[in-house]
Design a protein around this ligand. Structure first.
Ligand SMILES: [Zn+2]
Ligand SMILES: [Zn+2]
Length: 304
């Protein structure tokens, strides 16, 4: 983690009355400060300025727990494992979440403070260290993964081109194996957790029930290493602009699955396709929305 003068992270905390969104500020050479609803807490100042992020994190967690508040971040998640890289100082770790549909995949770093995702499961005590057996297994899983994805049948070209092609007995040109919609593009929209410009990993254009465009994008933050799904709805642009963009924190395994799914769509950049990939994103976006996982609209980006 590289400290700027002041860093702001979006977090979520749990109290007796439920979960609330808040923010944590990190100031160089000082302690944490957290604000969530009417809660305003500052970790005890130490005589010697603390520079290790993992010590900062542990102190923040302890301070909050003494007040009956649980910090809902990767570092308190049952699926989080502390990194084995000495340079990471325990700030970074791995998300070990997997399921039958999304089996263990190459491990990916996440940071302690990225807010909890919908797979979050609270655990007490310090984060578990990474298990070398798990790490080796996860890394080797990359080579085993076969690209079994089959592109769905393209609709027959309609109109004049279709007629001419059928008359000439020509088949449509085969599409490139990697659609342009999964080329990684850095420098995109600001991270909803820390404000750093994120990398767009893939996008796909869907259609909602009104016929308007619904664009899903998978993002990753190069600074806080958070993974996000952005669900943008054309129907809400204008009168309900606030509802036009829904952003969710997702575990790396789901983000990777999303990118793979986009590769299965023959035309991810054109609305109208209803292949397995488009259906996957509709289901994913609807699930996250119905479970109230939408992140708060970000008013400002703070990295002073
Ligand atoms: Zn970030
Ligand atoms: Zn498609």
């Amino acid at each position: 983690m590289s400290y700027l003068n002041v860093e702001e992270y979006r977090v979520r905390v749990h109290r007796d009355d439920g979960e609330v969104d808040g923010a944590v500020w990190v100031r160089e050479g000082q302690e944490w400060e957290l604000e969530a609803a009417n809660l305003h807490l500052v970790a005890d100042a130490s005589a010697v300025p603390e520079t290790r992020p993992d010590v900062f994190f542990a102190r923040l967690k302890e301070t909050l727990e003494a007040d009956g508040v649980r910090l809902l971040t990767c570092g308190t998640c049952a699926f989080f494992r502390r990194s084995d890289a000495p340079d990471d100082d325990g700030w970074k770790g791995y998300c070990t979440w997997s399921s039958d549909e999304l089996p263990i995949s190459p491990p990916e770093h996440v940071t302690l403070l990225a807010p909890n995702c919908h797979r979050f499961a609270y655990r007490q005590g310090p984060p578990e260290p990474v298990d070398s057996t798990w790490l080796a297994q996860a890394r080797s899983a990359e080579e085993d993964q076969e690209e079994t994805a089959v592109l769905p049948q393209l609709d027959k070209p309609r109109g004049l081109i279709g007629i001419v092609r059928r008359l000439l007995g020509r088949t449509p040109a085969t599409r490139p194996a990697v659609p342009t919609a999964i080329i990684e593009r850095p420098g995109g929209q600001p991270c909803p957790c820390c404000g750093t410009r994120m990398t767009n990993r893939a996008s796909i254009s869907n259609v909602d029930e009104t016929g308007s465009e619904r664009i899903f994008s998978v993002w990753r933050c190069p600074h806080c290493l958070g993974n996000f799904l952005d669900d943008w709805l054309e129907a809400f642009v204008g009168s309900r602009a606030r509802d036009a963009e829904r952003i969710y924190v997702v575990p790396p395994a789901e983000a990777n699955m999303g990118v793979k799914m986009v590769a299965r769509c023959p035309r991810p950049d054109e609305k109208g396709c209803t292949c397995v990939a488009n259906r996957h994103f509709d289901t994913w976006g609807d699930f996250l929305y119905q479970h109230g996982r939408r992140m708060k609209h970000r008013e400002s980006v703070v990295s002073l």
